[in-house]
Design a protein around this ligand. Structure first.
Ligand SMILES: [Zn+2]
Length: 365
């Protein structure tokens, strides 16, 4: 089985929001949720750390994520705006909790936080030469999804010290730093002043979830590394969560990488949230998004994987063949049948993200 780098998982959210133990096997984690009715995805999880090891995933980007503010479009956990922000912020406190979970996982040898190019190089080498990978830690690079929990640009050093190496400025709806998915708008003044701080620290800009105007502005203003961690093509699924051809071209021009996401609503226009069933969506359709980007780029250099598979949904909202993160590897054969070479498939599964991450991470700290 090939290696894979997954550019978008919400690992700590599983415990902090949903009381899930991702150190368990997939079968055990799902069995433990029998009878839970608070979320549709209960018993349908597709990601745990043992499952990631079996899927040959040495490295992922994993989020600190706290949906906050009254204008958040997806049931925010921290909706009050009358608190004495920034001194009192549920979102900031939640990120601390998630951070403490990553710390605990690291202490137990389940994960290894990667903060520098050197960390990534030596970690990759360990996985490369290992006979078996069952007991190896999964490498985790921290990324913030939606910058709202960051009090102010002046406090960004703290987040860098935690190991944050990428930031997406917005999530769903209007955020403090930028307009996100489902809302028109650009960057806010706060967003404009965060970008130079990110650049100073060498934190990459993840453009995923930015509204169109905000993304255009961010491309113009930000000079550091850019990518789209979990993002498909609007030419195939026509609503604003997907990238337009123009946005894809801007990412290609900046040597960005775009991670293929597996949420069914982003894969095919026929999918109706809460109505459609996985049987109606073959995993092969995910390959069409990669094809589209490769056609625009004239190469496979800008495509990667960013599954988003633990992002608040489970196998009720994935392609029919995808019941575990291991099943992402089914795409290898599909690419091969479509004429992609082994080198191309390596590049898509891990090579492009490895190159981009090595280019972007600080040499040392
Ligand atoms: Zn997302």
């Amino acid at each position: 089985m090939r290696k894979m780098i997954d550019a978008h998982l919400d690992l700590a959210m599983n415990l902090v929001f949903y009381d899930r133990d991702i150190t368990a096997s997939l079968a055990d984690m799902n069995a433990a949720e029998e009878g839970f009715s608070d979320q549709k995805f209960r018993t349908r999880g597709t990601v745990t750390l043992p499952e990631m090891r079996q899927a040959q995933i040495p490295v992922c980007l994993a989020t600190l994520l706290a949906r906050s503010g009254p204008e958040h479009r997806r049931a925010p956990s921290y909706r009050r705006s009358d608190l004495d922000f920034p001194l009192v912020s549920g979102a900031y406190a939640s990120c601390w909790a998630q951070r403490s979970h990553y710390h605990e996982l690291e202490q137990r040898g389940e994960i290894r936080q990667l903060r520098t190019r050197q960390d990534l190089e030596s970690h990759w080498q360990q996985w490369k030469v290992a006979e078996g990978t069952e007991s190896l830690p999964v490498g985790v690079i921290l990324s913030v999804e939606g910058a709202d929990p960051i009090h102010s640009p002046e406090t960004l050093d703290e987040w860098f010290d935690w190991g944050v190496r990428a930031i997406g400025l917005a999530h769903y709806g209007q955020g403090r730093y930028a307009a996100g998915t489902g809302t028109p708008g650009g960057l806010t003044d706060l967003g404009r002043s965060l970008l130079p701080e990110m650049s100073r620290l060498g934190i990459a800009l993840d453009v995923t979830h930015l509204a169109d105007d905000a993304m255009a502005e961010a491309f113009d203003l930000y000079e550091g590394p850019v990518w789209a961690s979990h993002h498909n093509c609007r030419a195939l699924v026509d609503w604003d969560r997907q990238l337009t051809d123009g946005q894809i071209t801007r990412l290609i021009d900046r040597d960005g990488v775009i991670g293929l996401a597996f949420d069914a609503v982003m894969l095919h226009p026929s999918w109706e949230r809460g109505v459609s069933q996985p049987d109606s969506l073959p995993i092969e359709w995910a390959a069409d998004h990669v094809d589209h980007i490769c056609q625009l780029a004239g190469s496979t250099r800008h495509c990667g994987i960013g599954t988003d598979l633990d992002g608040g949904y489970g196998s009720e909202q994935t392609p029919r063949e995808l019941k575990s993160i291991q099943d992402v590897h089914r795409l290898e054969e599909i690419f091969s049948k479509r004429g992609y070479t082994d080198e191309d498939i390596d590049a898509i599964f891990w090579g492009n993200w490895l190159r981009k991450l090595l280019d972007s991470l600080p040499e040392s700290i």
